[in-house]
Design a binder for this molecule. Structure first.
Ligand code: PFF
Length: 454
């Protein structure tokens, strides 16, 4: 991103695609996607995910980017610039608050990555492959907290130092490297004895594994992974010039992001079958899945170097994403409250440290605090992905339909694109989006309160 006087802007098409892809590809693809796919239906989850990304995700990315480019503002002001009504501004705020709630628990997972990287660097990688080692780590408040703080400090150092440029240059090299290394690990993982059953489970939809939760979790994951419904793309759109073909770049980002997620699934899920038989308990492990299975794969690949390289690249991908989350949170305080950058960054640091520590302690000292039966980290994940993001997405769709007018958005997109998929866009925004969001929101809340079991 090139900083110009006043508001920053991207240096061009490539800058926009890279920044968006850098924000999109992160822990969501490598850590979150495989465990959700394993838990909620394998091939059925994958199919639903891809369908949603091509329709709903596509329409959301296009709308958010167009809103950003039309207004040249970040979410709260962008919403506010169309109408002064309280409700409209509230729609902007919900988009803006989500990153502030995600970045703390995101940094906790980033801390787990740091712990593993450190283990491989110091030659103890083998120990991470032993039964119970991950649980042992989570059980230690000091270890988890220190790792979380290390990752959070790296994120905030970038924010305070403003070395964003540097990090983006690094990610240009890291991203392709991550893709190549993931391919190598996939090759190894799928050829383990017994792994083929996992490949089938992940790639071939079996609708006996389908449940409403498949759709709920796939939708939440799509928001998370593509960085939508949290104001990021409105902000990015505001840095984008009229020369950027929004339609094409959207397709590129979607394909790249989904490809990395599918590769991560192929890396983790067959390994679950090879090493733990692929029974329901092994598949349903949740957030710990990647951290439990991958060390076993690396162990059988016989080299600590692969663990070092892998966790280093994941760390970089996680860092570019957490920086863009924290950056958005800061920008909101700067823009809306007129605060200076150091003041905004200081507040974000306090929120980050407080909420992140809660997530860490939820696995040990505060394990008895289980909101809605979840550990604290999973609770924040649920709150943001399954409750707040559907509301934020609905706010954006309503803004397009009721306030801006779909024709105006289409005109903005058409300034730079042939808009070949206009039909899909119209259909999703007009008929599909709100209905689907309502079903998702109601069912996930009912499920969380135990009213229905989906
Ligand atoms: N899309 C990122 C991931 O999949 O890890 C998460 C994320 C990063 C969301 C940055 C939003 C964001 F601004």
């Amino acid at each position: 991103m090139k900083q110009e006087s006043g508001r920053g802007s991207f240096s061009g098409k490539l800058g926009y695609v890279l920044a968006t892809a850098g924000s999109a590809v992160g822990l969501g693809n490598i850590w979150r996607f495989p465990y959700l796919a394993a838990k909620y239906g394998g091939g059925a989850f994958l199919l639903v995910y891809i369908l949603l990304a091509l329709t709903f995700g596509y329409a959301m990315i296009m709308s958010e980017t167009a809103i950003g480019r039309m207004t040249g503002k970040s979410p709260v002001s962008a919403f506010g610039s169309f109408s002064r009504k309280r409700l409209v501004r509230a729609g902007g705020w919900i988009n803006a608050v989500i990153p502030m709630l995600i970045v703390p628990y995101y940094s906790v997972i980033g801390g787990w990555v740091c712990r593993y990287l450190w283990a491989y660097l110091s030659g103890e990688g083998g120990a991470m492959a032993l039964d119970g080692s991950f649980e042992g780590f989570l059980g230690s408040p000091v270890a988890t907290e220190l790792c979380f703080l290390a990752f959070a400090a790296m994120t905030m150092a970038v924010i305070f130092g403003g070395v964003r440029n540097g990090i983006e240059k690094v990610s240009k090299i890291m991203m392709p490297l991550l893709a190549v290394l993931t391919l190598v690990v996939v090759g190894f993982s799928v050829t383990r004895p017994g792994a083929l059953a996992g490949v089938k489970y992940f790639l071939i939809p079996d609708f006996r594994n389908f449940s409403l939760m498949t759709v709920v979790s796939a939708l939440g994951q799509m928001f998370y992974s593509l960085s939508i419904a949290m104001g990021i793309l409105i902000t990015f759109g505001s840095y984008t010039g009229r020369d950027v073909d929004i339609e094409r770049t959207t397709a590129q980002v979607e394909v790249f992001d989904t490809a990395i997620a599918v590769l991560a699934g192929l890396m983790v899920i067959p390994a679950v079958f090879a090493f733990s038989g692929g029974d329901a308990a092994a598949l349903g492990k949740g957030p710990s899945l990647m951290f439990v299975t991958l060390p076993r794969v690396f162990e059988s690949m016989g080299g600590a170097w692969i663990g070092v390289l892998f966790f280093l690249l994941v760390l970089m991908a996680a860092l570019t994403s957490s920086v863009s989350l924290a950056e958005t949170a800061c920008a909101t305080f700067e823009d809306e409250l007129g605060w200076s950058r150091p003041k905004a960054a200081a507040l974000v640091s306090v929120i980050l440290a407080a909420l992140g520590s809660l997530s860490c302690l939820g696995f040990n000292v505060m394990a008895h605090v289980a909101p809605m039966g979840m550990d604290i980290l999973s609770f924040f994940d649920f709150l943001t992905n399954s409750v707040m993001m559907p509301v934020a997405a609905a706010a954006t769709i309503l803004l397009v339909l009721r306030v801006i007018g779909m024709d105006n958005i289409e005109a903005e997109i058409s300034r730079s694109s042939a808009f070949r998929r206009r039909g899909v866009y119209r259909f999703v925004v007009k008929y599909l989006a709100l209905a689907l969001l309502a079903v998702i929101l109601v069912s996930s809340i009912c499920d969380a309160f135990g009213l229905i079991h989906i």
